[in-house]
Design a protein around this ligand. Structure first.
Ligand SMILES: Cc1cc2nc3c(=O)[nH]c(=O)nc-3n(C[C@H](O)[C@H](O)[C@H](O)COP(=O)(O)O)c2cc1C
Length: 215
């Protein structure tokens, strides 16, 4: 064991947060105390980012009319997604894919504008800005779980429509609507697995040695 390792209890807590984090779509209303929300956003903001560009921008939605408009955008995209799914359309429409109206806090996370100026680590892989933003959201997700709050990532929306709604500058791009807040219970397993939409694959099917496909 490395001399830099956390204590056994601390290590167990880290792995527990990872194992018990769930994408939540059922919320019990309530609120998130301001100091707790600040702690969670600080956890997100400590994420790694390519070239330390910190491409994330967080927009806290507090106006009920905006929340309702965002719900409307997601609903439009949910219907378009169902159309695109063809024979699984009805099955998809029965899934709950967001908790926008019920969550205590609604956050939009967006990529900043002016990203083209950041070349370090992005010359051949420009999508590393999105990847960095995802790291920030995962930090938030894990910290929220440790605090006993649920979070759901909603990506069913037309990005330009959401950008227009929130007055975002050209070049920026929203990538996440985050539903955050108290829940009655966390799902025991991914909801899409519980509902038979998808089956998670075990790690050993996705882990290779030396060459792709070699177990
Ligand atoms: C980038 C990203 C976008 C997602 N978008 C949605 C979404 O729009 N609606 C939804 O219900 N779940 C969404 N999810 C949640 C996934 O369905 C969920 O993470 C997956 O089924 C595994 O479940 P778990 O997070 O509870 O382990 C998204 C997750 C990620 C990482």
């Amino acid at each position: 064991m490395s001399e830099h390792a956390f204590s056994p209890e601390e290590r167990a807590a880290v792995y527990r947060a990872i194992a018990e984090r769930r994408d939540m779509r059922h919320f019990s209303g309530g609120e998130v105390a301001p100091e707790l929300l600040a702690r969670l956003l600080e956890a997100a903001h400590q994420a790694p980012s390519v070239g330390l560009m910190q491409p994330w921008r967080f927009i806290r939605i507090t106006l009920p009319v905006l929340r309702e408009s965002i719900h409307g955008l997601v609903e439009e995209e949910r219907v378009r997604t169902a159309d695109a799914l063809g024979e699984r359309s009805d099955e998809f429409m029965r899934l709950k894919v967001e908790g926008i109206r019920d969550c205590a806090e609604l956050l939009v996370v967006a990529l900043m504008d002016g990203r083209e100026a950041h070349v370090f680590g992005r010359r051949t892989l420009p999508e590393m800005d999105q990847t960095s933003l995802a790291c920030a959201i995962q930090n938030l997700w894990l910290a929220a779980r440790a605090e006993g709050l649920g979070m759901g990532w909603v990506s069913l929306f037309e990005p330009q429509a959401l950008a227009d709604l929130l007055g975002m500058p050209a070049g920026s791009k929203p990538l996440a609507v985050l539903c955050l807040g108290p829940v009655d219970a966390f799902y025991d397993a991914p909801m899409l697995a519980q509902q038979g939409w998808a089956t998670p694959r075990p790690l050993n099917e996705l882990l290779f040695e030396n060459h792709w496909g070699t177990p």
